[in-house]
Design a protein around this ligand. Sequence first.
Ligand SMILES: O=C(O)CCC(=O)C(=O)O
Ligand SMILES: [Fe+2]
Length: 208
Amino acid sequence: MNDVSLQGGTDNLLDMPKTLAMSDADVRFYPDFFDESEADQLFVKLTQTIPWRQDQIRLFGRWVDQPRLTAWHGDPSCSYTYSGMTMQPQAWTAELLAIKGQIEPVAGVVFNSVLLNYYRTEHDSMGWHSDDEKELGENPVIASVNLGATRRFHFKHKHLKEQRVALDLTAGSLLIMAGPTQHFWLHQVPKSARSLGPRINLTFRVIR
Ligand SMILES: O=C(O)CCC(=O)C(=O)O
Ligand SMILES: [Fe+2]
């Protein structure tokens, strides 16, 4: 797989995103959106204050543990169906509201919910999917915040099989997926062969 090619932006211009060179997509990456100490503090706080759950999914007719822990927070009106499960949101916490307030100006939308994933080790993962549930609307803006261990993130185009992109989601980084990205691309966080510590990912969403 090719490493991602990045256009525009330099590391000393913190507010300048790197736009991923992907057709049929609008993907922007802010490698240092949160500074190191802020990212460390948020990671510790979220580890302690979020009610992490081990959900199960149906796989070939059996119930199996999802390979990660999850949580779902948002406005009371936001129920959401994910992998066949309908979830009621937990209330916003102080840290979640603080992160939301910082990312909304760059994402250009007001989010009403966030899905959190806790990857305990290199064995935890998320398989290929698009965030294309109908509750998310036609061209959803999804803002993904990364804390803790760096994990590799993969995109692959649904129709143009040779088009694949990989990037490292480092602590403090922000990835914004918008426009037609979810129509044309799948993404995943694969297991890693290297031993890794825990990671938290937050995907802020607008549910209709
Ligand atoms: O952990 C990640 O970086 C991706 C999470 C994701 O794709 C999702 O929650 O839909
Ligand atoms: Fe996703």
